[in-house]
Design a protein around this ligand. Structure first.
Ligand SMILES: [Mg+2]
Length: 320
């Protein structure tokens, strides 16, 4: 499998997971198996979502991608401005914390920190859910740079460092998968790059023996969300089965499946994603007119992100 297949797999794989899980949000464990007893899941719609309609997870991932491509790199005020325009456009769903931050009227570099200061809790999974596109863009820069970029994008809406570190871990595991490596084998090395205050807790939920039933909080929080995605990847052997397992965890199903889909898509590639899932997939962009992205548009976006990716500067490089 070649890199373009993995790159498209990460971006489309995440969007498919989002749309597949959306109708089951806040459902109990086993909800996917109960709905599809023959194991052949479809984009069934429900809960206010049309079949194949992607939610805030993918909508924000597209905004991240377009900011990176149009600004030629990480322009945090621009990205925050795009998020705000989207939030004001009346998306069908938006995370509570993300909404508070984006509608506070505070500046881009203060809004999330002030929210955390006032509320004391800001470790939702809302920065993980939108990370597939930025993970593709920064992958070629190597581990330190992609983890750092993840933290900075996460911090736009999430003041809690736990969310930054989790998003950094996801960026790095996607980078490994895009290079053809096994993200599960890369967890230990990745943990070494996690901030010391947060490493132990992350090591717990990312451990090989961890199970979603061991979660100590709802999977709308960053730790069990990424933990469940890794568990789904670890306990299955295909993109399709990983996604089924992710939705079956229940709870915040669209986001758990979006995160699982980013990883599984990078591992198994675009060609492994069933056509019955990619065909109805569509991503409305509230605040941006009638724009709707479909699978070919997402594939194109993914390949442009990979192509535009800033390459690491060789260590022997010297300014003339
Ligand atoms: Mg969502």
């Amino acid at each position: 499998m070649d890199r373009p297949d993995r790159v498209a797999g990460a971006v489309v794989g995440s969007a498919v997971g989002d749309a597949l899980g959306a109708p089951f949000e806040f459902g109990p464990a086993g909800v996917y198996t109960a709905r599809f007893p023959d194991g052949v899941g479809t984009m069934c719609g429900g809960g206010g979502w049309d079949p194949g309609e992607a939610t805030d997870d993918t909508q924000m991932a597209v905004l991240v991608a377009e900011s990176l491509l149009e600004r030629g790199g990480l322009d945090l005020p621009d990205m925050f401005g795009r998020f705000r325009r989207w939030a004001a456009g009346g998306p069908k769903d938006i995370g509570l914390q993300t909404e508070d931050v984006l509608t506070s009227g505070e500046e881009w570099d203060l809004a999330a920190a002030l929210h955390f200061q006032v509320n004391g809790r800001a470790a939702g999974n809302g920065s993980l859910m939108r990370a597939a596109t930025s993970a593709v863009y920064f992958a070629a820069r190597g581990r330190t740079a992609t983890m750092d970029a993840a933290r900075r994008i996460a911090a736009l809406t999430h003041g809690d460092r736990a969310a930054w570190e989790g998003t950094a871990v996801l960026h790095e595991l996607i980078r490994v998968a895009l290079d053809g490596g096994d993200p599960l084998s890369a967890v230990q090395d990745t943990l070494a790059g996690v901030h010391g205050d947060h490493r132990e807790r992350w090591a717990g939920v990312l451990a090989p023996g961890w199970h979603p039933e061991a979660a100590t909080e709802f999977n709308g929080a960053v730790w069990p969300c990424l933990g469940a995605a890794l568990w789904a990847l670890r306990t299955t052997d295909s993109y399709e089965n990983a996604l089924a397992a992710a939705v079956d965890v229940g709870g915040d199903t669209d986001t758990v499946a979006a995160v699982t889909g980013a990883l599984a898509g990078a591992v198994y590639g675009f060609g492994a994603i069933p056509a019955r899932w990619t065909e109805p997939l569509h991503v409305p962009l509230p605040g941006y007119g009638d724009r709707v992205l479909r699978t070919p548009g997402l594939v194109d976006l993914a390949r442009r992100l990979d192509g535009a990716s800033p390459r690491a500067v060789p260590t022997d490089f010297r300014e003339p």
